[in-house]
Ligand binder design. Structure first.
Ligand SMILES: NC(=O)c1ccc[n+]([C@@H]2O[C@H](COP(=O)([O-])OP(=O)(O)OC[C@H]3O[C@@H](n4cnc5c(N)ncnc54)[C@H](OP(=O)(O)O)[C@@H]3O)[C@@H](O)[C@H]2O)c1
Length: 282
């Protein structure tokens, strides 16, 4: 599996494991066990998901050593200011029962509050101390990235954004690539909404004898994006990383590119406000 070197400190595999909505300890235990057996070595969580403790516990249950895997987690919107960001990082370290985080991300820009630069500077401090091995953002537009980079020192390693065939983020990706920022796709299979009805997806799925989820994930990695599909179903967890025994042609990749309509299923980054965000889970 291809890996991307990030901030000269970690190598992020192109397929990681998303954990949003896995909150029950027994579900997390089963998911992590299946993920380990399938070969995942990178787990994505967030303070907002309320499952950092469960992830940490599940990793222990599965006898996975901290240094064998990478973890990304995120600063929740309500923790965006200097002091709150420090506290949030400390609490996350405690919940994950670790003394470092491989990749730490600002969850949403919340531009109306104008606090993301202040928060990111705290991430830079923790990066310099070696507690955050790499740092980055989620859901940043090109304009927000530009503003961030003009006012801070360390280029974000990653921009984790909604990205799937209906929202392929080609312009944002081109901009990020110019600056050495990796695109990481959230909702990479769009939770299979609508996409499983597309003729091209059905055709490719039949041609390669692969699921539609596998066709989409293969398309992402061929387009140099990191993916973090989520599933709590062991067979799907395996399926989502079994992407290496078939190849899509350039023409087929292009046909999937052409499904783009810039349609979002999630919130637009300009519209998410701190006031509109839920409380940080304890
Ligand atoms: N930074 C952000 O703002 C942000 C926002 C959203 C998500 N994320 C991250 O990105 C991860 C992935 O995004 P997501 O969870 O929104 O969506 P996703 O990975 O595109 O889809 C997950 C959904 O699809 C189902 N599924 C997974 N694999 C499948 C397969 N092979 N066949 C059929 N169905 C399948 C899962 O069901 P089952 O679980 O029931 O199997 C689940 O309902 C999250 O878990 C989270 O870590 C980040």
């Amino acid at each position: 599996m291809k890996t991307y070197p990030i901030h000269n400190q970690i190598n992020v595999p192109e397929v990681g494991f998303g954990t949003y909505k896995i909150t029950e300890q027994s579900d997390m235990n089963d998911a992590v066990k299946a993920a380990k057996e399938a070969g995942y070595t990178y787990y994505d969580t967030a303070a907002f998901y309320g499952n950092e403790r469960q992830l940490s516990q599940a990793l222990k249950e599965a006898n996975i050593k901290r240094e064998e895997i990478l973890i990304s987690t995120k600063l929740w919107n309500k923790d965006q200011d200097k002091e709150s960001t420090k506290e949030a990082i400390e609490k996350t370290l405690e919940r994950l029962d670790t003394d470092y985080i491989d990749l730490y991300l600002i969850h949403w820009p919340c531009p109306e509050s104008n606090l993301f630069i202040e928060s990111y500077k705290v991430l830079e401090e923790y990066y310099e101390k070696g507690i955050l091995k790499s740092i980055g953002v989620c859901n940043f537009t090109q304009e927000q990235l530009k503003e961030l980079m003009e006012n801070t020192t360390i280029t974000p390693a990653v921009n984790q954004v909604e990205c799937h065939p209906y929202l392929n983020q080609h312009e944002l990706q081109a901009y990020c690539e110019q600056h050495g920022i990796h695109i990481m796709a959230w909702s990479p299979i769009n939770r299979l909404r609508d996409i499983d009805q597309e003729a091209i997806m059905i055709e490719l799925s039949e041609k390669y004898n692969k699921s539609i989820a596998q066709i989409i994930l293969k398309w992402h990695i061929e387009r140099n994006r990191i993916v973090i599909p989520k599933s709590k179903t062991p067979s799907r967890i395996r399926e989502n990383i079994e992407l290496y025994d078939f190849e899509l042609t350039e023409d087929e990749l292009k046909k999937i590119d052409d499904l783009n309509s810039d349609k979002r299923y999630g919130v637009h980054p300009d519209e998410f406000t701190i006031e509109g965000s839920d409380d940080t889970p304890e």
